[in-house]
Design a protein. Sequence first.
Length: 243
Amino acid sequence: MSEPHLLEVCVDSPAGLLAAVGSGAGRIELCAALALSGLTPSPGLMALAARQACPSFAMIRPRPGDFVYSPADVDVMRGDIDAARGAGLAGVVLGASRPLGDLDEEVLSRLVEHAAGLGLTLHRAFDLVPDFEIALERAVALGFQRVLTSGGKPTAVLGAAQIADLVIQARGRIAIMAGSGLDAGNVAAFVRRTGVREVHASCGGPTPASGGERAQALGFVSSHLRDTRAESVAAMIRALEAL
């Protein structure tokens, strides 16, 4: 019997974390500020995630923007890796680029070494590389367990051909986890096309704004809030289980 498909859910709030875990997510990518594509989560959220049965990997991203990191950025990232380890999380999610998009092997090597003993995911900084074949071999050599990718396209569906090629190249040495734009309606066809065993999604939906009109007027509360929805997680898992 083949290994079951795994759904990793990215979350950025206590409610989202508990919704994903309670609905059967196979792994959590723990973040702050998903509206900014994910930043390092707070120590309190790390502690809550560590108490759940589902393994959580903390995003290690010290600021919004690109993945070209200064020495000060790297120092902060090392401290955040220490926080994830100290909280008892299963792993961390890393990425670092050079100005033209190549993986910054020097920075990544230092971070990977600092994360010894933790699980390792290379995040979508991978999607910026000029040569996917070379970058995947570098990710393997650095010691990553998986790469999160949309195949270099805005969504994984658009990047499906590249993702399928990466799965073939990986030959089981490293997992190819597809993410961006996947949901219960398209994930089964996507998995059949590409051969991936792991998929990544926010499973998010609109969340009613709270705090009243004054809180919104002062900019404390956005009218476009989103959070992980238990029913979306469950629907995506059912689609994967039916494969």
